[in-house]
Design a protein around this ligand. Structure first.
Ligand SMILES: *[C@@H]1O[C@H](CO)[C@@H](O)[C@H](O)[C@H]1NC(C)=O
Ligand SMILES: *[C@@H]1O[C@H](CO)[C@@H](O)[C@H](O)[C@H]1NC(C)=O
Ligand SMILES: *[C@@H]1O[C@H](CO)[C@@H](O)[C@H](O)[C@H]1NC(C)=O
Length: 488
């Protein structure tokens, strides 16, 4: 049953406040960015080969079991297309001024929003409120020869990756027969069937390309969707019913950003999230809970997710743009929309400590859990923090595997060719912005650095950044899953 859609006038007000904040943050980063980032050292092929074999050795050090993993919620069909080709086809132009929008109605808004994120090379995901406009977009995309269709959505993408890694997988998702047929048959699916699946449009662009007067500082993508099924977490009840018999050792929750710009009455969203909270709070402790963070715009939603999901998680996975969001949320409750695309390791580590110290201190009342694992994926490196007293295993191998997966995903090949790679990480890094912090060298023959602090361990691995980009979307899902599968 579909609750009635409502119109949102009040949203305009919050959205313009958010836009002001965004511009401020964006301007700040625009000016601070060049000073923050040291030019990457040029590494000869030999050094890259050495790093590669070091990472491969670390990845292969462990034999993982076949963990039972339950993943929710949702899935969709992704159409991946070159953004600039699509705009050419549809005759969309660079805007005279860029502007942030928290959701989209028409061509003009899309042009402004795309320009806004494109100039920073920042990833973003937005809801298209206008079904007619969305239909035009995906038909345009579908008529471009080089477009590709994939199964998408965080839970579904992670499920596929985990099946490839040998895990037993239960996926909570509503789906059409067409989508089911595309899924590996080993995946158990729990959820209602659909006539038409939700479609996500992934508009990719390369580094250094021009759109009018704008140039992209890095390869990235804008994701557009107009979902009807996913935002309501339609599969939740059937998924929950199966958990008892499936007995997963890990439950992964992702895709909740689909509830951003929730097209139904606000009360419905809270009701759905209450059901998620109920499910998590009664899950036996031997089932670990991982939450895959994402790009959220609605602060109310983020607060609800903090109270109803994050405080129940043992583990969180997120990227370098989402980490400052989580820090700000814990700090003063606001949302950061664009942040440094190439943050320094010291900055990321300080933010990780901040998140860990807040969420690890969570009382374990009423099914809540203390955070014991944090995985941050960035373009230049992978970082995994684990509580030393927890049962998360093989941090070093998991960090190496995550780094290798980042390259494999973006280059679209399981074999790594160092001629298509470069290292963005510096030859040594400071473990904190604190002046007394130690410096750790990047050792080419042992590229994964792990060390202990207080009650936790941190591991850092350099990414052999792919220079021949095949795809960027879904990277976080592949990388997070690759890290998790070695740790449960
Ligand atoms: C919705 O999209 C259609 C097709 O692009 C467009 O003609 C119409 O103006 C849009 N509606 C709004 C409210 O912008
Ligand atoms: C968490 O607890 C530790 C020790 O129990 C304390 O040192 C730290 O300040 C606490 N952090 C926060 C954010 O409350
Ligand atoms: C990433 O995941 C998709 C499935 O979601 C899979 O088709 C693809 O091969 C994966 N890429 C890598 C490098 O693992």
């Amino acid at each position: 049953m579909t609750p009635p859609k409502v119109h949102w006038k009040w949203k305009r007000v919050t959205s313009s406040i958010v836009s002001l904040l965004v511009v401020f943050v964006a301007v700040y980063y625009y000016y601070s960015y060049p000073k923050n980032v040291a030019p990457p050292a040029a590494h000869p092929k030999e050094a890259l080969d050495q790093i590669l074999s070091g990472l491969l050795r670390a990845e292969q050090k462990v034999d993982h079991a076949r963990p039972r993993v339950a993943l929710g919620l949702g899935g969709c069909l992704d159409v991946i297309v070159n953004a600039l080709k699509l705009f050419e086809k549809l005759d969309f132009h660079p805007p005279t001024k860029v502007q942030h929008h928290s959701s989209l109605q028409n061509q003009e808004q899309l042009q402004e929003l795309f320009g806004y994120f494109f100039q920073f090379g920042a990833a973003a995901e937005r809801y298209v409120e206008n079904d007619t406009f969305f239909g035009e977009l995906w038909q345009g995309a579908n008529s471009i020869k080089s477009r590709k269709w994939y199964l998408g959505g965080n839970a579904l993408a992670m499920a596929q990756r985990l099946v490839q890694e040998g895990a037993e997988v239960l996926l909570g998702m509503s789906y059409s027969e067409k989508l089911r047929a595309l899924l590996p048959p080993q995946v158990k699916v729990a959820g209602p069937t659909l006539e038409t699946d939700d479609i996500h449009l992934i508009l990719e662009y390369e580094k250094g390309v021009n759109w009018g007067s704008f140039t992209s500082p890095r390869a990235n993508r804008l994701i557009l969707h107009s979902d009807n099924s996913n935002p309501q977490l339609e599969a939740l009840e059937m998924f929950r019913e199966q958990l008892d018999t499936f007995q997963p050792s890990l439950l992964v929750l992702g895709g909740l950003q689909m509830m951003d710009n929730f097209p139904y009455e606000p009360g419905v969203r809270v009701e759905r999230l209450n059901k998620v909270q109920e499910m998590l709070s009664i899950l036996p402790r031997k089932t670990k809970i991982h939450f895959e963070f994402a790009s959220f715009t609605d602060m109310n939603l983020l607060h609800e997710i903090m109270d109803k999901v994050i405080v129940y998680a043992d583990s969180i996975g997120l990227n370098e743009q989402e980490l400052p969001n989580l820090v700000t949320l814990l700090n003063d409750g606001s949302v950061t929309l664009v942040s440094d695309a190439n943050p320094r390791i010291a900055t990321v580590l300080d933010q990780m400590r901040y998140v860990y110290s807040h969420l690890h201190n969570e009382s374990e009342k009423e099914g809540r859990r203390q955070l014991s694992r944090l995985h941050v994926h960035t373009i230049a490196f992978q970082a995994i923090l684990t509580d030393k007293s927890s049962t998360w295993k093989n941090s070093m191998s998991a960090t190496a595997k995550a780094a290798l997966t980042a390259h494999r995903h973006v280059c679209g090949s399981a074999d790594i060719d160092t001629l298509k790679a470069r290292i963005l990480m510096d030859d040594s890094f400071s473990t904190s912005k604190d002046k007394t912090a130690q410096r750790i060298p990047l050792q080419k023959n042992r590229p994964v650095s792990c060390w202990d602090e207080d009650d936790f361990q941190i591991c850092i691995a350099p990414v052999l950044v792919c220079t021949k980009v095949q795809q960027t979307a879904g990277g976080g899902d592949n990388i997070s899953s690759a890290g998790l599968v070695l740790q449960v």
